[in-house]
Design a protein around this ligand. Structure first.
Ligand code: GDP
Ligand code: MN
Length: 356
């Protein structure tokens, strides 16, 4: 799971890494006071180059820049929020990241003297491995990381502070089951502060059972809709290609005619379910929709809410046969029941109900 910048910075803040003062804006919120940095909250990086990060000096320019950032689609994603941050007076931008080195089976710290954009193209990274719970420079078991890093950055006077930042990042990385925690840029301000200017964080989806507090905005996933039979009577909606194929097969095995294959992707949102329903109502013979969704990082109760909202928005929708399983399935069941919808525990039950 790839987090949005504000979500990642929320973790940095919790673990004691300094972040810029910020307000998260939704569309229509009061424009912030200049000077301000407006940052599109989309999942892909490189927003600066694509117009998704605006440094606004004058109040007169705030509103039009805010509209521009909200209106800009970046790599297929429109932001649902914009982060308005204090403008930093940048003296230097560094790169600092923790990631998993899979071949060595270790957490690795990667630093670069020149942070900011296009870091990937540059050579000359400093890599440090985690051994025995402390961080050391690769191949040098005597030099602790705070010392190595401050020397490398040319910030000998900030050895203690850098050590604290690395400690905090390391705690955050391990406790939050991250696979990447990247600060680019780590900003040295003209008044001598070290501030996380940007943050990219990826957490391990499989660790969700350890984190009841995790709640992140889903990355938009492109749906994959295939028409199978224009006169099919049963439409299918599933998440994940494997589950979608299995759903089509099960409909066929039950002696029914599937109209389509649809993988709505990982995140089942109101938008993705609405889009699915809009496609399905174009089929003249469809009289039932089988919804088969596994809730991993998307929670079943959120999916249930999305189904209910989408159902209310679309006229003349065929009957729904819903199977959800995974996280918060019980809450989903209660929500659906309130809206006269049944949640079936497995696909066979929903197909049996459909046939009867
Ligand atoms: P990204 O392009 O998605 O990685 O977004 P960043 O948050 O990293 O911003 C891109 C670049 O914009 C940074 O590397 C900085 O050069 C610049 N930038 C961002 N915030 C500020 C700021 O507060 N002050 C100044 N002077 N530059 C900023
Ligand atoms: Mn960045």
């Amino acid at each position: 799971m790839n987090l949005l910048e504000y979500e990642a910075k929320g973790f940095l803040d919790r673990y004691g890494v300094v972040i810029p003062k910020a307000t998260l804006l939704k569309l229509g919120d009061t424009p912030p006071k200049a000077p301000v940095v407006l940052k599109s909250q989309v999942h892909s990086g490189g927003r600066g180059k694509l117009g998704g990060v605006k440094l606004v000096q004058h109040q007169a320019d705030v509103e039009k820049n805010l509209d521009a950032v909200f209106g800009l689609t970046i790599n297929g994603e429109k932001p649902s929020s914009v982060l308005a941050e204090e403008m930093l007076d940048i003296k230097h931008e560094y790169y600092l990241a923790l990631m998993i080195n899979r071949s060595r089976g270790r957490i690795e710290l990667v630093a670069h003297l020149q942070g900011g954009v296009e870091i990937e193209d540059q050579a000359g990274f400093l890599r440090l491995d985690q051994a025995d719970g402390k961080l050391y420079r690769a191949g040098d078991k005597k030099l602790p990381i705070d010392l190595a890093l401050s020397e490398y950055y040319g910030l000998e006077d900030k050895q203690f502070l850098l050590g604290e930042i690395v400690d905090s990042l390391y705690k955050c990385f391990v406790q939050q089951d991250a696979t990447l925690l990247e600060i680019n840029p780590l900003v040295l301000t003209t008044d001598g502060r070290l501030v996380a200017g940007d943050c990219k964080m990826i957490v391990d989806d499989s660790a969700i059972f350890r984190h009841p507090d995790w709640s992140f905005e889903a990355e938009p996933s492109s749906a994959n809709f295939v028409e199978l039979d224009s006169l099919g009577t049963v439409a299918t909606v599933a998440n994940g290609a494997g589950l979608a194929m299995a759903t089509v097969d099960a409909v066929k095995s039950a002696g029914l005619v599937p109209a389509n294959f649809l993988d709505i992707g990982g995140g089942a949102t109101v938008e993705s379910i609405l889009n699915a329903f809009r496609e399905i109502v174009k089929f003249p013979a469809v009289n039932a929709i089988i919804i088969n969704i596994f809730g991993g990082i998307v929670r079943c109760d959120e999916v249930a809410k999305a189904i209910i909202e989408a159902q209310q928005q679309i006229e003349g929708l065929p009957s729904l046969y819903i199977r959800l399983s995974g996280t918060n399935a019980e809450e989903a069941k209660a929500l659906l029941a309130k809206n006269q919808l049944t949640l079936y525990d497995n696909l066979n039950q929903s197909l049996e109900a459909l046939k009867s």
